[in-house]
Design a protein around this ligand. Sequence first.
Ligand code: NOJ
Ligand code: NOJ
Length: 521
Amino acid sequence: MLIPRYASKFASLIGLAAAIGQTVGLLVGDVKGLAAGEHPGWKEPWALGGERQTVLATSATGLEQWIQSEYIYALEHIVQNVLPNGAVIASPSKSHPDYYYHWVRDAGLVMDLLAQLLPENPTLIQPLLELYANFSKKLQQTPNLSNSPGEPKWNVDGSDYRQPWGRPQNDSPAIRAYSLIRYANYLLERNQTVAHLYHHANFLTGIKGDLEFVSHHWQDTCFDIWEEVEGTHFYTRMVQRRALREGADLADRLGDDGAARFYRMQAGIIESTLDDFWDPDKGYMVVTVNRTGGIDYKYTGLDVQIILSALHAGLGDGVYTPDNDRILVTATELNKAFAALYPINSRYIGTAVGRYPEDTYDGYDTLKVGNPWPLATLAMSQIYYHLTSIWATQGRVDLTDVVRTKLLPVLGLKLASQPAVTADKSLQTARVITRDNPEFLTALESLLSLGDHYMYRVQRHTDLDGRMFEQWNRNTGVGQGAYDLNWSYAAFISAARARNHAKDLLKSLKQQQQQQWWRWW
Ligand code: NOJ
Ligand code: NOJ
């Protein structure tokens, strides 16, 4: 299955994966020689919908090694899923199910990841981005049944797909835009031209073509990323906002002032609509408001799309970023719902998570029984890795009500009973744990370990050779649905990188703390 022209370049991927680094023994305990997910002290996780009280010591060694080898496997497969004409297939599977198409969303998410990896391996990756940019331009010029850049799915030869489908899906052009904006920024930083990616006078193709569409049509209802519900969706709004914010910055850089102003203004208006998705009665963020069509049985409104939104489109400015309380409480609720729903969650460590509880798509047919998905489970790990990094960077944990009542109990931290904090401050009123508090590192380590529990789950159900699918059977844990799903691999790599970053930060915090103790002595 290897495309020969890439074969010789795989050696360099190994160097890339080595950059992921190996730091073992960071977690509370380092139990060697155990199979993934098995720990002598492990009791059923949140399996029955209750909340787990302690995050147990886990085998960091087995996980580290697996992550490193899976990283190489995932990257190889992503690269193979880019065809020589620039089409990016969702999966090589041509039947049962047929995913051998260029989905604009899947392609954009994967290429945005490759654009992040560009500095590490430009020789391998830059040609792929060029091909993708070129193919995207061709799609933008091809008439299609959505009659817009929101057409979600294309034949791999670049011709339009004419079967009935949930169209349009307006997240797609936004994701395509920001993946190419990342690439354009890379080129600009190296004083290279981006005229083939963005041109002031080009309102129909390239990055600006998509930004024009997004900025003028973000209010339109459309199908959601699962291609099932028509309405107004949080995820769609979040990626549209990201595209417009980053697009405005790019337009500024290129002297396209009027465009920059307009994109920024629209992004601001989108922001003012995001709170509509907070449901105060339910106490979490709901996936869709204003449903106008499509399936009608998503009665809880709970959907991992909320977590994906924070990961794919959080901009580090506090607007629904991974440290946002509403995102965090939604993550807790998702965990609870899926822990109770899937039989495999009563075995092994970590919760396998699906798209949404009412899902009936089994990877082949729509009216069956829904399953957990690797990309959803990886999103849960990644959100906690990011939160670890955010807390480490700000040197402080804000004890909001959500952190105090939802997160700390899950981490097994009952600060109220910790003498270190009780000494002079009343715990009921403590609003923050600062980095000079011994509890600070404990909280961060437990949080990283919480992310690892989801990672263990992913390891448990990934084929021994590294192959991932779209889903895992909810009863057996065996992979099913499209094999080598490109998005599963991209989700894995993103989570692994977030983990590595969090671990690096923790390591240097620890070193600083040790140095301080030395000084005290
Ligand atoms: C129904 C699924 O729920 C949806 O997510 C999928 O994209 C289509 N079938 C096509 O496979
Ligand atoms: C079904 C998923 O629901 C959708 O999000 C995805 O784009 C397609 N499969 C292709 O992977």
